[in-house]
Write a protein that binds this ligand. Structure first.
Ligand code: G1P
Length: 270
């Protein structure tokens, strides 16, 4: 069973400046709650019981958000407000599930994942990218069910337009049915000509523990970063099974300013 999830949270958030000069992008409110809480709700509702946050020294306020007990207790004592009590209860529930590891220099997603090696207990774990919100349908839950069936690694995917392929990891695929396919290869942010399809990697992955020794040796790729995509490619070449899952929910990109604004509007209309 998949019980552990990891969330890379050490990113700089430069695309959302000036908002992110003080507040981590994952704590920015989307329709009244931090974007990160949508991701945590997805985890909890898919049966995850332990969540590892990869943060940095500059993003300690994420830890503080969940470790502000004294503040809440004093406030509740003074005001006894039911709404505050309810919010505090929710935060306490999350706090119990979260562990923290640090990535103090932004060396890429692969490097972030490597920080979790010692904490991962079972053969597979879930990773969620906090910029990628998926609403209306729990993507992680569907992926965990798929993993149970095929005992393989799973990557969430969505067809993107040809002009956008260079923003994503792009999959080389062999279809098995309308929703799922076998992944034959993956290329990080290819140009239009290099792209083997229009199926993009969206930020939900079920990965095997065996990725850690590969990550340890992973050379920097595009833009000098250690990419998880490059280590996934190695695993695929070594005949590890990876299934692509075209998720049913609606995708919202919270990592750019226009996407962030749009997410709030879309969620408010639900
Ligand atoms: C990362 C991955 C990329 C994937 C994307 C999904 O890119 O490297 O393969 O398609 O997440 O959001 P980033 O968004 O960090 O540039």
């Amino acid at each position: 069973m998949i019980k552990q999830a990891i969330i890379p949270l050490a990113g700089l958030g430069t695309r959302l400046l000036p908002l992110t000069s003080v507040i981590p992008k994952e704590l920015l409110p989307i329709n009244g709650k931090p974007g990160l809480e949508y991701i945590l709700d997805e985890c909890v509702n898919s049966g995850i019981s332990e969540i590892i946050f990869i943060i940095s020294k500059n993003k300690e306020s994420i830890k503080k958000y969940f470790y502000n007990d004294k503040y809440y207790k004093n406030l509740i004592k003074k005001k006894g407000d039911e709404r505050i009590k309810k919010e505090y209860k929710k935060i306490k529930k999350f706090k119990k599930m979260i562990k923290f590891v640090y990535q103090n220099s932004p060396r890429g997603t692969g490097d972030a994942v490597l920080r979790c090696q010692k904490l991962i207990k079972s053969n597979f774990f879930l990773m969620l990218m906090p910029d990628d919100l998926i609403i209306k349908n729990n993507c992680s839950k569907s992926m965990i069910l798929l993993h149970k069936k095929y005992k393989s690694s799973i990557i969430a995917s969505k067809k993107v337009s040809k002009n956008d392929v260079s923003r994503w990891g792009i999959l080389n695929v062999k279809k098995i049915n309308r929703k799922n396919f076998i992944i034959n290869d993956v290329i990080e942010k290819p140009n239009k000509k290099e792209a083997p399809s229009r199926y993009a990697v969206i930020g939900r992955y079920i990965l095997p523990k065996s990725i850690f020794p590969i990550l340890r040796k992973q050379k920097p790729g595009k833009n000098g970063e250690i990419h998880i995509t490059d280590s996934i490619k190695t695993l695929i070449m070594k005949k590890n099974k990876f299934i692509g899952h075209i998720f049913a929910g609606k995708y919202l990109d919270c990592g750019s300013m226009s996407g962030y604004i749009n997410s709030g509007i879309k969620i408010s209309k639900l």
